[in-house]
Design a protein around this ligand. Structure first.
Ligand SMILES: NC(=O)c1ccc[n+]([C@@H]2O[C@H](COP(=O)([O-])OP(=O)(O)OC[C@H]3O[C@@H](n4cnc5c(N)ncnc54)[C@H](O)[C@@H]3O)[C@@H](O)[C@H]2O)c1
Length: 269
């Protein structure tokens, strides 16, 4: 699954739990050195420990992707540890704060757009010195991979998610523009789009989990209705969501760039 990943240096944002955690574990299993980045230090450290305990190589780094200075410091810390070339970036960190459009606050709009769209912008700006090397320009083969994580909310819209769907739709243009700009350095830039993956974002709201002081999740009744509408018949597991990311980071995806890969169990086609 992960041809060509062995020995590469990877940064995965939002890797403390959910899909990002699985991205980190699978990339490490393929031999990547992984920076497990998350706004929550404790979970990032736990994932890095899990990787190191299984014989892989990982470092944890707590940072908020909306803060450019923190992201810049993280890329430098990765380069200080593993050398000044970083070959893989997975822009996975994401969060929802739902509200109907006419009731949405500035704070809800700004926070969600900042995390889901400006976060990836901050990461690509900060990784550029370590990912874009002049000598890559003449290369005939891939010199790096970026995977951006989007949602079908960006492709089809979703009631209550004007902020999130706008940001996730923004990642389509972001991916295609960056793919064009960085093709000369032979960096593949692609996007995976999820429908419903079983993580805390989509867990039953009735469980009462909160993030940044707000309840997260989907009411059980709505969750059951969503599952019934998926042709595949159920939510994806985090591993089913992460495996296509690993594929896009591998040599098998050498000629794929600017692509939007729908990993939705057929709910969007
Ligand atoms: N779960 C789904 O059904 C689904 C569907 C479509 C898209 N997605 C996308 O997949 C990605 C992963 O989501 P998940 O379901 O694993 O969610 P999750 O909540 O389980 O994991 C997301 C991680 O991102 C981290 N994070 C949040 N804000 C951050 C910030 N400002 N800086 C750094 N890290 C931050 C969180 O601490 C968390 O560990 C997100 O981009 C999400 O929008 C998920």
């Amino acid at each position: 699954m992960g041809r060509g990943i062995d020995g590469k240096v990877a940064v995965v944002t939002g890797a403390g739990r959910g899909i990002g955690k699985m991205d980190a574990l699978l990339l490490a299993r393929e031999g990547a050195k992984v920076c497990v980045s998350d706004i929550d230090a404790d979970v990032a450290e736990a994932v890095a420990k899990e990787i190191n305990d299984m014989g892989g190589e990982a470092m944890a780094y707590a940072c908020d992707v909306t803060k450019f200075d923190q992201v810049k410091d993280m890329m430098k810390a990765v380069a200080d540890k593993w050398g000044d070339r970083i070959q893989i970036l997975v822009n996975n960190a994401g969060l929802t704060m739902d509200s109907l459009a006419h009731k949405m606050t500035d704070e809800e709009w700004d926070r969600v757009v900042n995390i889901n769209l400006k976060g990836p912008f901050n990461c690509v700006r900060a990784i550029a010195p370590y990912m874009l090397k002049d000598e890559y320009k003449g290369s005939t083969t891939s010199c790096g991979k970026i995977v951006n994580v989007s949602s079908i909310a960006g492709a089809m819209g979703n009631i209550g998610q004007l902020n999130y769907s706008s940001a996730k739709a923004g990642l389509f243009g972001f991916t295609k523009t960056l793919a064009r700009e960085w093709a000369r350095y032979k960096i593949n830039v692609n996007c995976v789009v999820y429908g419903a993956v079983a993580t805390r974002l989509t867990d039953e709201k009735e469980k009462g989990v909160t993030v940044e002081g707000r309840p997260i999740g989907i009411p059980k009744k709505l969750r059951d209705m969503m599952a019934a509408q998926i042709p595949w018949g159920r939510f994806a597991t985090p591993e089913e969501a992460a495996r296509p990311v690993v594929f896009l980071c591998s040599d098998d995806a050498e000629y794929i760039t600017g692509a939007i890969l729908f990993v939705t169990g057929g709910v969007y086609m």
